[in-house]
Design a protein around this ligand. Structure first.
Ligand SMILES: Cc1cc2nc3c(=O)[nH]c(=O)nc-3n(C[C@H](O)[C@H](O)[C@H](O)COP(=O)(O)OP(=O)(O)OC[C@H]3O[C@@H](n4cnc5c(N)ncnc54)[C@H](O)[C@@H]3O)c2cc1C
Length: 273
């Protein structure tokens, strides 16, 4: 068990009990988390994560909640929202240091300002650096891990730096253990022409907006592509495109498979997918 009075002695951020997760997911659904922590800075993050890890207390670290489907019954344990505490981004030549709460859009735009190219395919993905590293996010044939050199994490109550090779990435997968929390990462990019990178970025965002039901709550693509075959094609072939259950629907704009919510009431999406 955890002791809130004890936590208040070491932790400066917001603490709330029974916080509805629907406030923190792009699906706008999800029941209450037993304990919800919102650290104010990196030191606060390290303190609360080390505390929870030390107590062996179940917790989940979240960024922007754009890849989360939270049960209506909520989360038994703690949620630590890293978004506002880990916002630092800086450049050192061709290397970028970004904390886990930096949004992917800010990351891409910052790299473009530095005249650095490579990560513009991530523009328009609504999550954070931390969430993207954990699932090796990518689009248009590129992946965030292609540019990552190392990441700083909290593991077993200690901060550690892991190189890309230590971590091990594959398609939409990293080998972090479930209790690891990413604090920051460093990336190495190539120099490029600002106008050209911006042009590519804008074209990719336009393409993305054509494929995603951006007017509805959703969490992007739900299924990984099996080798050599887009998941969307399989779903279309079995006529699931547009299929609806209650207020949950498989996207009609489907080029990649998505589930969107047509209304904001609680739905059990697992019934649909
Ligand atoms: C419209 C839309 C389009 C999308 N398009 C794409 C796409 O093209 N490609 C793609 O790959 N994804 C896409 N996504 C999915 C999602 O945006 C990305 O996976 C994103 O990187 C998730 O980041 P997040 O901050 O929202 O993570 P969250 O949803 O908050 O968390 C996702 C997972 O990561 C873990 N996590 C988050 N931060 C940390 C951290 N710092 N340390 C440890 N664990 C952490 C959480 O515990 C959880 O397991 C899309 C989503 C939407 C809504």
């Amino acid at each position: 068990m955890i002791n809130i009075d004890e936590i208040k002695k070491i932790f400066k951020g917001k603490i709330s009990l029974g916080e509805p997760m629907s406030k923190y997911t792009s699906f706008l659904i999800g029941g209450p988390a037993d304990y919800y922590f919102e650290p104010v800075d990196k030191e606060d993050v390290i303190k609360i994560i080390s505390y929870l890890q030390g107590q062996n207390f179940p917790f989940v670290a979240i960024g922007k909640g754009t890849n989360l489907l939270v049960n209506d019954d909520g989360i038994r344990g703690a949620v630590v929202n890293l978004e506002s505490a880990l916002k630092l981004i800086r450049a050192d030549g061709n290397c970028i240091y970004a904390e886990a709460g930096v949004s992917l859009n800010r990351f891409v735009d910052f790299c473009i300002q530095q005249e650095l190219k490579g990560v513009e395919m991530l523009a328009g993905i609504p999550g954070t650096i931390g969430g993207a590293i954990i699932m090796n996010a990518g689009a248009f044939g590129g992946e965030i891990s292609n540019y990552l050199t190392d990441a700083e994490i909290v593991r077993d109550g200690m901060t550690k730096i892991l190189t890309k090779e230590d971590i091990g990435f594959s398609y939409r997968h990293s080998s972090f253990s479930t209790n690891d929390v990413v604090l920051s990462a460093r990336f190495k990019l190539q120099s490029g022409n600002k106008e050209e990178i911006m042009k590519t970025r804008n074209e990719l965002v336009l393409q993305r907006n054509r494929k995603h039901p951006i007017n509805y709550p959703n969490c992007g693509s739900v299924f990984k592509n099996p080798q050599g075959m887009p998941a969307a094609k399989l779903i279309e072939d079995v006529r699931l495109k547009g299929v609806r259950s209650g207020n949950a629907q498989i996207s009609e704009v489907l080029l990649e498979l998505e589930v969107k919510l047509l209304g904001f009431s609680n739905n059990n999406l697992s019934k649909v997918i």
